[in-house]
Design a protein around this ligand. Structure first.
Ligand SMILES: *Cc1c(COP(=O)(O)O)cnc(C)c1O
Length: 362
């Protein structure tokens, strides 16, 4: 018998990422509310940019993403030299772990935190350290208590997924200030655009030397299928990350679409307002049915049921009615379902179907 070839330490501890389901056998008009996608899709300018880009598919893309970084810099009022672009913000998370955390190092994520933090930390060989939250909200004191001189990275999403909760700017600043030397705080702003007036952590990046902000085109901008994200960090950090980034990580199609999307601020605003309106409607409709939720700052609602059995029965019932939502037992929330705020018809349909489910229970 030959010896089995072994992968790097940590790799076999990775649990495969579970994406939101998109099909139900035998159902043709599925309502997909399982992946926090923008139901309206991307803006027209982004679609036209993709159409134009197809004529250059035989050309290698540029490696420095200069035009996209310039557009992001202009729209967000930040220095393009402090921006790095990646294949979704997932790739920025991967770069951070690869560059800053290895065997013997610790990476902190929180109890209900996004699963990619743990996956990327383990892929880099580092130890993923889970810290408790308080009432489904990131607990700064718990993180500060758990941080050691081995901690290299702390990941929090603000607003968070799948809870939809946020910590305030003062709390984020207190966290950044209290971390040990040689540790970066990563503020994942995947849902930052849904919060009116919120900078996603931009000011904190600028005020300190140990904060990184990540952003994505996958949620509000409706481009999840194209895979584009970016990070904003001190120059030295960007220089480090660029050394592990593949030179052709983004195609011209991705860059062209993202540039058009970020410049269409009217469309982004329209999508934010529509999400806010329908999110309030859905949260209230669910509350009237006895399904509570924390006030969500993102484009989904974490619906709380009495227990795991009820949440699973409701998920099964929704599925038989052609509606896909997300089970979140893997995020230590077995009694909850995460429901994306879809278009108005989808919101009505999911609320109506949960009402029928609740009637059946009585
Ligand atoms: C959706 C999501 C992302 C974005 O991932 P992409 O790779 O940019 O599509 C990042 N963080 C959180 C918390 C998310 O929910």
């Amino acid at each position: 018998m030959s010896r089995t070839i072994q992968p790097q330490p940590g790799i076999m501890e990775i649990a495969l990422y579970q994406g939101g389901a998109s099909v139900i056998d035998g159902v043709s008009d599925v309502v997909k509310l399982s992946s926090n996608e923008n139901p309206a899709g991307p803006c027209d300018a982004a679609k036209r940019a993709v159409e134009r880009a197809v004529h250059q598919l035989h050309r290698y893309p540029n490696t420095d993403h200069a035009s996209l970084r310039k557009a992001i810099g202009e729209v967000h009022g930040i220095n393009p030299e402090q921006i790095i672009c990646g294949v979704g913000s997932d790739e920025i998370i991967t770069f951070l772990c690869q560059a800053y955390a290895g065997v013997g190092d610790e990476v902190i994520y929180t109890e209900h935190g996004f699963s990619m933090y743990k996956i990327s930390a383990r892929a880099a060989g580092a130890t993923a350290v889970e810290v408790a939250e308080h009432e489904r909200t990131v607990d700064v004191d718990a993180i500060l208590a758990a941080a050691t001189d081995k901690t290299r990275l702390v990941f929090i999403a603000n607003p968070a997924n799948p809870t939809g909760t946020m910590i305030g700017g003062n709390e984020a600043a207190r966290l950044a200030a209290g971390l040990p030397e040689n540790c970066l705080l990563v503020l994942d702003g995947a849902y930052a655009e849904y919060v009116e007036g919120f900078d996603g952590g931009k000011a904190l990046v600028e005020a300190r030397n140990n904060v990184v902000m990540t952003r994505t085109f996958s949620k509000l901008y409706g481009l999840g299928g194209l895979r584009i994200g970016w990070g904003y960090a001190p120059r030295e950090v960007i220089d480090v990350l660029n050394r592990v980034r593949g030179p052709f990580n983004l195609s011209e199609v991705q860059m062209a679409a993202a540039e058009a999307a970020v410049r269409d601020t009217d469309y982004a605003k329209k999508c934010r307002l529509e999400n806010t309106r329908l999110r309030a409607w859905l949260a209230e409709a669910l509350a009237e049915l006895g399904v509570s939720s924390d006030t969500s700052c993102a484009n989904f609602i974490l619906a709380r049921f009495h227990d795991q059995a009820e949440a699973e029965a409701c998920d099964d019932f929704l599925k038989t009615h052609g509606i896909l939502v997300r089970r979140v037992a893997g995020y230590k929330l077995p009694h909850c379902l995460r429901i994306t705020v879809g278009d108005e018809a989808s919101c009505r349909r999911v609320a109506h179907t949960i009402a029928k489910f609740k009637e059946g229970l009585e």
